[in-house]
Design a protein around this ligand. Structure first.
Ligand SMILES: NC(=O)c1ccc[n+]([C@@H]2O[C@H](COP(=O)([O-])OP(=O)(O)OC[C@H]3O[C@@H](n4cnc5c(N)ncnc54)[C@H](O)[C@@H]3O)[C@@H](O)[C@H]2O)c1
Length: 456
């Protein structure tokens, strides 16, 4: 198992010298390409349009609302992130997507039932103009779904070529200067790496023989990276998290990141667990259960899709609490996660957590959380930030050929890291890593929070 020291050493060597990275300006339109035009994707696009038209505010988006402190606390320099860095402007975003259903984005958003009719009507012209391209889909990878808007091809390589043609077509017809793709499709069945995933060469051979270890999401990712388009993965699927994709991403200067948007229950978990550890409070158990009634909930009823999600949700506590360093506090906790499909609740998930902690002299205590959240409302700003940051990464001389953008771990339940590196799950460390990366790109001092100089 990789050690934490290993992680820290690597972070420090990369970021200790402030140098200014060359960042190309965000000129022209940014074309957003979304496989999976369901609840999250439509809530994101409708939201961007509502913000552009001045009907609503981009709450939850760091790129739109966040500031970044520069220099000393006494310097009073805290510009908005979007003013500090040349991010694409919302007015320059144009959209396309793929889905197995033929509904345009307005119909899909109406069916998803996340946003109210009044708001949707105000953004109807844009939403109804976005019609899904034919999807790459195979029922064997998402057992609960079947649709008709699906590409046919003689093998998986041919399907990838069709997606590449879609990408080129969108670039041409939309007039976009740059592109970025984000997977908002359903959670696929649990897959592990095989020989086919180990190099680009092996992966391409496997595409040609339609190897079953290649899921549809991997075909979109391969097509994007071949076209030099950054790819972010919002689901827990394997998708771009294996050596062949890492290689392709670096080779084509097309950044990648994933996996699985960190929204409701896991967001809360990665806020609370670092607090318990900071105060050396012990943990006996954490039981998390959800009721959810949207299509995502239905897909997750299939045990194989749930397994993919469960792996993603379970990993966070072990990494944050470090039982190997604190066996008396975290050596024996029970962690259970359940998702129950309950149609009446729609997108308005309810997540319950029962947390059994213990304190001084081992005395037990309990915490109960009942989070009445809205899944897609929490996910949409993450989609926006990831796309803008991935586009920035591609324009940055220092980030574009790194492959995995670990500094975007902040947004994910299962952050991708370089092979052998320990993922960082603590939301506050992730936030510091993200902001320090932005400071580093502009040659600003990193903030360590040491602060002794104020008392000299
Ligand atoms: N909402 C959240 O808080 C959240 C958090 C983390 C991860 N996610 C993940 O984000 C994804 C989207 O969530 P959602 O709530 O929008 O789900 P959704 O079911 O509303 O939308 C997913 C869409 O993907 C389509 N799809 C499935 N396979 C496809 C393929 N191969 N090509 C093109 N389209 C395909 C489906 O037809 C559907 O319209 C899911 O994988 C979910 O697990 C969501």
């Amino acid at each position: 198992m990789p050690t934490r020291q290993n992680t820290e050493k690597n972070t420090q060597t990369k970021s200790s010298q402030p140098t200014r990275t060359e960042i190309q300006p965000a000129k022209g339109k940014l074309g957003i390409m979304i496989p999976g035009m369901g609840a999250v994707a439509t809530t994101f696009v409708a939201g961007v349009e509502a913000v552009r038209k001045g009907f609503a505010k981009p709450i939850g988006s760091l790129t739109q609302m966040g500031t970044i402190r520069l220099g000393k606390r006494t310097d009073a320099r805290s510009p908005k992130i979007k003013e500090f860095l040349p991010l694409a402007s919302l007015k320059d975003l144009v959209f396309t997507g793929w889905d197995i259903f033929e509904d345009d984005m307005f119909t899909a958003a109406s069916k998803a039932g996340v946003l109210d009719r009044e708001l949707l009507n105000k953004v109807k012209p844009l939403l109804s103009s976005i019609k899904p391209r034919k999807a790459v889909f195979d029922h064997n990878y998402v057992k609960k779904l079947d649709g008709t808007n699906v590409k046919k091809g003689k093998n998986k390589m041919n399907l990838a070529e069709q997606v590449r043609a879609d990408i080129r077509d969108f670039k041409k017809t939309s007039g976009a200067a740059r592109l970025a793709m984000i997977w908002c499709g359903s959670t696929e069945i649990f897959l592990t790496q095989t020989e086919a995933h180990q190099s680009v060469k092996a992966f391409e051979k496997a595409l040609t023989r339609s190897d079953e270890s290649i899921a549809p999401s991997m075909i979109y990712a391969y097509a994007a990276l071949m076209e030099g388009v950054p790819f972010a993965n919002g689901a827990p699927n394997l998708t771009v998290d294996f050596p062949a994709m890492h290689e392709l991403s670096r080779r084509n200067n097309a950044p990648i990141c994933g996996k699985d948007f960190k929204t409701g229950q896991t967001l809360i978990k990665t806020i609370l667990a670092p607090g318990f550890k900071a105060r050396m409070l012990g943990l006996n158990g954490w039981f998390s259960t959800n009721i959810l009634g949207n299509r995502d909930g239905e897909v997750l009823e299939d045990p194989q899709s749930f397994k993919t999600k469960e792996e993603s949700k379970l990993s966070v506590l072990e990494h944050i609490l470090q039982p190997e360093l604190y066996p008396e506090l975290y050596g024996h906790f029970t962690h259970k996660v359940r998702i129950n499909y309950y149609p009446p609740r729609g997108d308005n998930k309810e997540g319950w957590d029962n947390i059994d902690i213990f304190g001084w002299l081992g005395y037990p205590m309990q915490i109960k959380i009942d989070f009445l959240c809205r899944d897609s409302i929490l996910a949409a700003p993450i989609v926006l930030d990831l796309l803008l940051f991935m586009d920035l990464a591609q324009r940055s001389s220092e980030l574009r050929d790194l492959g995995i953008q670990e500094w975007l771990s902040f947004y994910f339940k299962s952050p991708m890291t370089a092979p052998g590196l320990y993922p960082e799950h603590d939301l506050f460390i992730q936030s510091m890593k993200l902001k320090n990366t932005l400071r580093h790109l502009k040659g600003e001092d990193l903030i360590t929070h040491l602060g002794l100089e104020y008392y000299d």
